[in-house]
Design a protein around this ligand. Sequence first.
Ligand code: C2E
Ligand code: CA
Ligand code: CA
Length: 505
Amino acid sequence: MTPARGASAVASPAPALWVLIVAALLLLMLAAAVVGLLVQRVRRHRHDVEAAALAERLRRDAHHDPLTGLRNREGFLHAVTGAGGAVAVVDLSLLDQVNDTLGHARGEVFVRLATERLVDVRLPSLTGRELVAARLEGDTFAVHIPGVDGHDAHRAGEELRERLLAPYVVEGVRFEPPVVVGIAADGPWLADVPAGPERTAALLRRADVALAATRDGVEAVRCYEPSMGERAARRLRLIRGFSAAVGRRDVRVDFQPVVSLGERTVVGVEALARWDHPELGLLLPDEFVPVLEATGQIAELTTFVLDESLAAARRWLDRGMRLSVAVNVSVGNLGTPGFPEEVATLLAAHRVPAELLTLELTESGVSSEREIALPVMRRLHALGCHLAVDDFGTGQSSLAHLRRLPVDQVKIDKSFVLGMGTEYGDVAVVRAIVEMGHTLGLTVVAEGVEQAAVRATLAEMGCDVAQGYLVSRPLPARCFDSWLESLEAHPDEPGAAPGPRTLIA
Ligand code: C2E
Ligand code: CA
Ligand code: CA
């Protein structure tokens, strides 16, 4: 038994040693835990740093335009928060042209060149004050002009425009942008809007409205006025309401007779669009046509007017009256693909011979978009339609220019005809156009004939056709038909009536 006790005494370490071993193990575990914790801390810290950098980059990306490095709209709203002053929206309106001429990559070069003129920009009238610029879209930029009121803001806008106006040379091609600037200055009228991005956004919206007001071509730099907002709101109503108005037949076509000066017979009509707006009252085309032209909705109006006019021409033919109808066409229509085909389809649908349709194009429209207009005019002419140059005398057309166009008629602008009663110069202009038109083999139409004496002078000059209040104002279809019937009943009645009308079908 003894050796066994002895052996056990040798094999097991003393209790103190056990304690030491356990303590060492515990220490080791503790150290491992501390190291683990530290590593975790370091990792988390690195992660936090990376995440912060990423967040910063994302924020930067969200606030900056990748092409130019300028701020974008969001970035602009945040950068000028509560800074007062004025906001300018600058539009160069050249990007499409550069893209079309040289391709998209060169368009980007042009945008970068414009950007260079906006980085760190300081204006002479704003000594030392730095402006914040942003790219809103395409070649439209926003600039914050600090510490100015309305008057100084306008001057700063002029200077900004000067800076951007100088020609841009891209790939050896010189471009001169038609720079326009709309400005809105902070002021008491924005007191309700809290300072911050919301206030800046309100300024931007108003600067946009002022920018739209430069489109009339009178002034290239405009400051916002509340009346502009009303006009813009009215425009927006017209844009949004047009299609429904056509559907409800609030839009209609009136007919104004056109009479031959020789035989004094009614030879045709001009179709003139009207919009009977339930709230705004009767709207005339001078208000809504430019709006529809700007949005592309003019195609819908022209289709409607063509359809109504050819339906009327058909009705008159069925009653034995061969009256031609003249429809006003915008340059935008000529740019719409398939326009000549549409005209051909409508002529066929109403069974109206093409030579009874005259399409009127303004002189300025034809000369500004020749590359687009000319081929389409040729195709329309080939269909057998007549083409007329409207408002002749107001644009840049020369005699040589008219000779190259496939036109049959020239309509002397009514401003000259109206002036014939009082201005000798206008009589001379009209006489010259009549002679020139005849030399080119064109039918000459005078519109705006209000006085019998003017009609007599036109007849004496040899002008072919007249249109004007003297004969009749434009009339709704049903009234026009009654007017025709009244002529038939009293063909020789003196006064406004032009005498018997052409009834040969
Ligand atoms: P426009 O083509 O020069 O049409 C003639 C305008 O002169 C018409 O004005 C007509 O009412 C007016 N007028 C006719 N005779 C006289 C007169 O003796 N004295 C005076 N002071 N004015 C006279 P309206 O109907 O207001 O049309 C204005 C313009 O709107 C038209 O000028 C035409 O350019 C455009 N327009 C009218 N309908 C359409 C349309 O369906 N499509 C397009 N694109 N434009 C249209
Ligand atoms: Ca016309
Ligand atoms: Ca005209």
